[in-house]
Ligand binder design. Sequence first.
Ligand SMILES: NC(=O)c1ccc[n+]([C@@H]2O[C@H](COP(=O)([O-])OP(=O)(O)OC[C@H]3O[C@@H](n4cnc5c(N)ncnc54)[C@H](OP(=O)(O)O)[C@@H]3O)[C@@H](O)[C@H]2O)c1
Length: 356
Amino acid sequence: MKILIIGLGYAGNRYRRAFEHIAASTGLPLALAYVGRRQKPTELPYFDNVGRALQAFAPDIVVVSVNDHSHAPVLQQLAGYRGFVICEKPLVTPRDDLAELFGALEHVSGFALDLVERYSDASRQLREWVERHDWQLVRASFHWGKDRINDYRPTCGVTSEVIHALDLLGWICPRAGQLRLHGVLGVRSDFSISGNEVLDTVQLTASLGEARVTGYASFVNIVRQRTVDFSFVDRDARLINARLVFDTPLWDHDQLRIWTRDANGAEDVQHAFATAPDEPGLDTLHKLSRLCLQVVRAVALKEPPRQPFAGLDTAVALQRLLNDLDTHAQTPPPARYLHGETRVLLAEDSDLESLG
Ligand SMILES: NC(=O)c1ccc[n+]([C@@H]2O[C@H](COP(=O)([O-])OP(=O)(O)OC[C@H]3O[C@@H](n4cnc5c(N)ncnc54)[C@H](OP(=O)(O)O)[C@@H]3O)[C@@H](O)[C@H]2O)c1
């Protein structure tokens, strides 16, 4: 099976490592190649052009892991492609035309947006508890941030980060309904090399069916901080709390806690789960490699995925929400991080934990 990675940067190399691990651990023959604007110091076959790579390499799977601003032009270049596409989140940027994408991707055999937190055991367990007990969501809130100040990688801004939390709400509560935005405040700044007024933070209210949602997401959160809290009611009108914590203290280290309070206010813990996976070779890649393995098996063995992929419809629905956030965020004058003459960027070879 042939896999073409378009954009072999931080994310692209994570895919390379994940697929190499899958090939080694399953014995499935996987051949990799990449497309880039420049050749990288790697042995992998290189193409300087998407069209030429599709023709000469004839990949079964294409991974789109170019920077946010290049997603739309690269996806357009896949027009007519008939294999499987894995696309890094977000699908495109708020400035791109969504209608054109449907045309370009109409012949693909499958599509998965990389919403990697869906592949956490903690998310999976909460989703199963909600379904099994028929809990009704009343209220959710999230805090989702990381430090991308002076990162060397371009970005379209915090829409690229808030997408994880927004997706998890609907993923864990699929029966709650559509997510609708009510209001959004934000801050723009020069935190990134991508501009002087990039949206770095949003604070929002929304509804998921009858449930109300509040959320905070930021690319200038000076520590990685990823929690999603839920309040449900059960069939007996009892209030149930659940908290998901992701990537703390290390990437892929996730936790779930579900509890109620008795009449005296004491906590009654229904379920507590913590995972700290440490399979050799999968450092920071445990969740991503599950997505990759399910795609490989779906393509090679025509096996249905263990959980549905985030398909094009989901990707587009999320993108419309992100576009609304970007358009409607009420923002004060931009904040300024750059006070000296030059920007000191995080080094490209920084460790995976600080980049992630
Ligand atoms: N799911 C997650 O948790 C997660 C984590 C990190 C990143 N991401 C996403 O992954 C994507 C890439 O981010 P990154 O952190 O990997 O950035 P990065 O390290 O800057 O890598 C991007 C790569 O894409 C290449 N590229 C850009 N435009 C291209 C084009 N038109 N054609 C071919 N190659 C092109 C760049 O090449 P040059 O060397 O020529 O610039 C670079 O090698 C972003 O959309 C980001 O949001 C997702």
